[in-house]
Design a protein around this ligand. Structure first.
Ligand code: GDD
Ligand code: MN
Length: 381
């Protein structure tokens, strides 16, 4: 062991080259590692090479959770060979997110970029991420797999499904961001340091920053994620449980995600008033019209009242196009929700599901369609 078995409690063990003390770095690239002997050398060399082509003073911080393989020896060797690297050895509370936080605490740069040690991320983007934060004053820059131009190479189906699920769930809270659980991103160090509510757990530290930090601007840059060629992923079942806990925690936190949940809650409340409008209209109209005609008008009235309240309340600060245009768009999306509701009802009941339960599932899916669809097309946010 490199640290002679000494327990450093909360302070990680430092190894750094005297070279890296000459000039204060402005960019700190943070790489958490656990048993990455096959990848770490190439990762450090590649990043150093790319950043040396720019004029940015940088450091690479390896935050290692006491790897049992040769990771630390390799990093120390690179430090002796004058790579601008700092090695922090953690001995307590192991974890990817915790390690990133240790790295950020000890970083000297004003800009932080986080990436993995397994060459999955396109590190040639790092200078662009840095520029975007430094020169355009963007708070957070995310390397995205899910926007146009991005992608995933060589991932087994299981990993794709897990990632898709995590991305879907996190996008409920951050619909404007395509990859809120990316492991490749840049952020201003001050933003993190001044956010005491951060609870680093699990794998999704970016998601934590998005939910808790007081950011104002975000930019995403596309890249193609390539599965690691060597070594193993450290993703465990407990990592996924950590993510669900984090999702709940962030939903309840009065930060950025809160605004989205407020909209969703308002939209749901309006939906319930719509049911009342529909019922009352139906009862009144059926005295004068045949049942289906009465139902048609009752549905239309509820759509109009839902739209009017949502336009004036849920999305009150957003008014793209004319009122009539938004109203017609809302109508079109609502017809889709109605079709979804009816199709789900028909399918589930043929499989023997009790029609009330089937209708409830239909209503929920219709609601999700209505909310997401109207948010995108009617109010365009
Ligand atoms: N210090 C430390 N402690 N590092 C760790 C730990 C730990 O407990 N577990 C994993 N790491 C390091 C790995 O050595 C690697 O450098 C990096 O964290 C990512 O670990 P992987 O196990 O390769 O993760 P992945 O490929 O399944 O998932 C990555 O990509 C996703 C998509 O961008 C992570 O970056 C995820 O956060 C990300 O969502
Ligand atoms: Mn990986």
């Amino acid at each position: 062991m490199l640290h002679n078995g000494y327990n450093f409690q909360t302070t990680p063990f430092y190894t750094m080259s005297p070279q890296s003390l000459y000039m204060r770095p402005d960019l700190s690239v943070i790489i958490p590692t656990y048993n990455e002997e096959e990848n770490i050398q190439e990762t450090i060399q590649k990043i150093s090479h790319i950043l040396r082509l720019t004029s940015t003073p940088f450091e690479i911080i390896i935050v290692d959770d006491s790897s049992t393989d040769k990771t630390q020896l390799i990093v120390t060797d690179l430090i002796l060979r004058k790579y601008p690297v700092v090695l922090l050895t953690r001995t307590k509370d192991p974890g990817l997110s915790q390690s990133v936080m240790t790295g950020i605490e000890k970083a000297r740069g004003s800009v932080i970029v986080c990436t993995d040690a397994d060459l999955s991320h396109d590190v040639t983007l790092i200078p662009q991420i840095y520029n975007e934060i430094k020169n355009n004053n963007t708070d957070i820059v995310i390397g995205s797999r899910y926007m146009k131009g991005g992608g995933i190479k060589d991932w087994p189906l299981k990993r794709r499904v897990i990632s898709w699920g995590a991305t879907f769930l996190s996008r409920i809270l951050f619909p404007q961001i395509t990859d809120p659980v990316s492991g490749f991103f840049g952020i201003k160090r001050d933003l993190v340091i001044h956010t005491p509510s951060i609870q680093p757990r699990g794998y999704k530290i970016l998601f934590e920053f998005l939910g808790k930090c007081r950011w104002h601007s975000i930019k995403e840059l596309p890249y193609v994620f390539t599965n690691r060629k060597l070594g193993n992923s450290k993703l465990k079942t407990t990592t996924m449980i950590d993510f669900i806990k984090q999702l709940i925690n962030i939903s309840l936190f009065p930060g950025h995600a809160w605004g989205e949940l407020r909209k969703m809650a308002c939209f749901a409340a309006v939906g319930i008033t719509g049911i009342a409008v529909n019922m009352i209209s139906l009862v009144l109209l059926k005295n004068y019209l045949p049942l289906l005609g009465a139902s048609f008008i009752a549905i239309e009235l509820s759509i109009i009242s839902n739209f009017t309240i949502n336009d004036a309340w849920t999305f009150k600060e957003i008014n793209p196009g004319t009122w009539l245009h938004r109203m017609l768009s809302f109508n079109a999306v609502s017809v889709g929700a109605m079709v979804i509701n009816m199709v789900v009802l028909a399918i589930l009941t043929t499989f023997g599901v009790w029609y009330v339960a089937a209708n409830l599932v239909g209503i929920l899916l219709g609601f999700a369609w209505n909310f997401i669809g109207n948010r995108r097309t009617t109010w365009r946010v």
